[in-house]
Design a protein around this ligand. Structure first.
Ligand SMILES: [Zn+2]
Ligand SMILES: [Zn+2]
Length: 241
């Protein structure tokens, strides 16, 4: 998605307040240019029509069904604490490029684009609880992809962000196998001391995470939030892996 020489003036364009594509930096054509829009070329490349899943998607976690009915084998085996899990784009797809650019190449401007994609999924609207970033990843990257997305989504959907979870300095989930992840996730997250004040009597919160792979992180966080007193937790992720 390198647009070559057109990029040279895009920095100046953005300096003067002209909207540029958050993925390739090209100045947006007239008619585009809403906060967070991709340019026409990137949009066409990223969303070039995902093939429909042959047997549909799991009603609980959104993963592709492989011949099962309604729920995937994982969800049948392990009842999750959250009521729903929804992902904005599949990781292994052209649209997964949005995530690779956002996290891997520090295209933090895509947070607005993520927010615009998320607004229609946030039904019913409820407070947003971001999964906190690993302290080491925050130091390395200098910004928190989930917090930044939550910031814009809060503005666009008119819902508050509730930072109720604490990430302890345990091993990064990425370094662990499937079996170890669940145990590590349980140790890694806990509620802030004042969290129950907000959660008691609350019907629903949306837990936000960037990539859901085995589900153990969002499961551990959802359990904590339920323990704090909220009646229901739904998960919205940028990508389902
Ligand atoms: Zn573009
Ligand atoms: Zn499932």
């Amino acid at each position: 998605m390198n647009q070559g020489p057109r990029q040279s003036c895009s920095f100046l364009m953005s300096l003067f307040g002209f909207p540029v594509c958050p993925l390739c930096d090209v100045a947006l054509e007239t008619g585009f240019g809403v906060d967070g829009d991709l340019c026409r070329t990137c949009w066409a490349q990223v969303f070039r029509g995902e093939p429909d899943a042959p047997a549909g998607l799991c009603a609980l976690c959104g993963h592709t069904l492989l011949g099962e009915v309604d729920l995937c084998a994982d969800c049948c085996r392990q009842p999750w604490s959250f009521a729903r899990l929804d992902g904005l784009v599949p990781y292994r797809s052209p649209a997964g490029e949005l995530l690779r650019a956002y996290k891997g190449r520090n295209r933090s401007g895509l947070a607005r684009c993520w927010s615009r994609l998320s607004v229609p999924r946030l039904a019913p609207a409820a407070p947003l609880v971001p999964v906190p970033c690993h302290p080491q990843h925050f130091l390395e990257r200098g910004w928190d992809p989930v917090a930044r997305w939550a910031h814009f989504l809060s503005r666009d959907a008119q819902v508050p962000v509730w930072n109720l979870l604490i990430r302890r300095r345990t091993v990064s989930q990425k370094l662990l196998g499937r079996a170890e992840r669940s145990e590590n996730a349980t140790r890694s997250y806990c509620l802030r001391r004042d969290a129950p004040n907000k959660l008691k009597g609350q019907k629903l919160v949306w837990l936000l995470d960037d990539v859901v792979t085995t589900g153990s992180t969002v499961e551990a966080c959802a359990k904590e939030l339920l323990r704090g007193g909220v009646a229901e937790v739904r998960v919205l992720a940028l990508c389902l892996h």
